[in-house]
Design a protein around this ligand. Structure first.
Ligand SMILES: [Zn+2]
Length: 195
């Protein structure tokens, strides 16, 4: 009787240990943001240094982009206002296209517009953005797309602050942010490679 009881206890204990280790694995994966990294690993066009245009089929995009990014970047969706972690972010750094890695905006051109989406008054360069008239939803707006992969980013309005008077209203889902130090390192790595 006693040895049997002991076996049951040992089995229960082992089961408990296994459960613990499973939940720990899950937690650490989420905390480390590994999900995002593996997403980029599955995306062969993602590069913060390659500026050549990306032209691949919609089917290909669907395969390599996470669902939320695909919905906005390729299907011109809009994220719900006030849902982006970048909306109120004030850290210094660079914002990249989440679909292809193209550098889009610097944090020093970001401002609080109160519209519920990350807002900037100027893109990094003239070629980082493409402008297209958008007359859908009964409005005359100007759509902004990524200059490298044509991902839908958002719209630009003429009620922004100086010096441009423009407000680039961008879906946070299609942005990747890199803090200044890391962005600088990427740049240095690239410079080293080019030497
Ligand atoms: Zn892009």
């Amino acid at each position: 009787m006693i040895p049997m009881l002991r076996n049951i206890l040992i089995l229960a204990f082992v089961g408990l240990l296994q459960q613990c280790s499973y939940s720990q694995t899950n937690n650490s994966t989420n905390k480390a943001g590994k999900e995002m990294d593996s997403t980029k690993k599955n995306n062969p066009v993602y590069s913060q240094s390659d500026t050549s245009k990306v032209e691949i089929s919609e089917a290909e995009w669907k395969k390599i982009l996470p669902e939320d990014v695909y919905y906005i970047a390729r299907q011109k969706g809009t994220e719900r206002p006030w849902t982006s972690k970048y909306e109120a972010l004030k850290d210094k750094g660079t914002y990249y296209c989440a679909a292809c890695g193209n550098a889009l905006f610097q944090s020093d051109t970001k401002f609080e517009s109160g519209c519920g989406w990350p807002s900037f008054y100027q893109p990094i360069s003239k070629t980082s953005i493409i402008y297209t008239p958008d007359n859908t939803h009964g409005m005359e707006r100007v759509e902004v797309q990524c200059g490298r992969c044509k991902a839908h980013l958002g719209h630009v309005f003429e009620d922004g602050p100086p010096p441009t008077g423009l407000r680039y209203c961008i879906n946070g889902v299609v942005l990747d942010f890199e803090k200044a130090k890391e962005a600088e390192k990427t740049y240095q790595d690239k410079a080293k490679k080019d030497e």
